[in-house]
Design a protein around this ligand. Sequence first.
Ligand code: GLA
Length: 387
Amino acid sequence: MKEMVLNKFTEIYGDADGAGVYFAPGRVNMIGEHTDYNGGHVFPCALTIGTYAAVKKRTDRKLRFYSMNFESLGIVESSLDDLTPSDKAGWTNYPKGVMWAFAGRGMKMDCGLDIVLNGNIPNGSGLSSSASLEVLTGYYLKDLYGFEVTNVDLAKIGQYSENNFNGMNCGIMDQFASAMGKKDHAIFLDTADLSYQYAPLVLDGAKIVVTNSNVKHSLVNSEYNVRRSECEKALEELQTVVKINGLGDLTEEEFEAHKSAIKDEVRVKRAKHAVYENQRTIRAVEALKKNDLKLFGELMNASHVSLRDDYQVSCEEIDVLVEEAWKVDGVIGSRITGGGFGGCTVSIVKDDAVEQFKEKVGAAYKERVGKTADFYVVEIGDGPRKM
Ligand code: GLA
């Protein structure tokens, strides 16, 4: 990959001498969905797939972007004096947003860049290609301009730019997972205060299989922002009867005792998911520590049901993938992963059942939905780095 982006750099810009190559990973979330903007826990891990960039400083203030994933767009040109979001900037709004967020914190680039990007995260799969691009950008800015930021700062800056430059009110999970990834470990992160622990996720006799539905419904961003405001409203209502900072502060029992403060049935369901999913995540990590993979899998399944019925962020295609996965012998757990409305499922599958899993789920998906699913047996990798 390193050579590939460098060769492209030479082809596009003429001279790759002095260009650095950087990488930041995508992520998959094992459990803890739609809890990260509710002060709850998440349990994601960084993948070995992600986004690569060859980057070289210029002597003027120009920015030139080229993506090997969108070659038909050619070179997209901009300037350090034009760090504002625009439709025509397309994907370059992500790196530009990060540059803008750095500048807002007093870390101003004193010259422009030539950049070639290449990512191997399937497009629209919900494995956080945008977060990996944000963390990647922060990482090369830090390296090239000597900005003093930690990897946690890179996660925060990535999220800030996505919220305020790209209009997606995401939580911090994706950027945190990309920036803080550790090989063979998942990250148990408390989004209330960003305290975290690494938990080994080398599954004895089983694999993590990500299944791509190859659908991405257009409601992703709009519905995401709606869910977020429903939770905020439910929190305000609950705060009239109980002292909490986020839905993640409540146990299931406390929620049941106070839920009548929420004056709308839909909001009760949304808040219920946030509370129960957070507790499930805490329990799942405990189960994993005790090597109780069976319980971990059951909690993954319960997470799916809650996301489908109470949070309502699943869709027909994803439900088919999960239902069919549950039917296969050797499947320990399976659920939707990421923001929802398409994208991927994550399943834990016993080693000797993986081939059967792909065949059975793939065939049933084709028959029931008429589409082809893709399967990736994923590996958990490290965070961002210079190659
Ligand atoms: C998206 C967001 C994350 C998180 C998940 C749902 O991936 O970017 O912050 O909220 O959805 O868990």
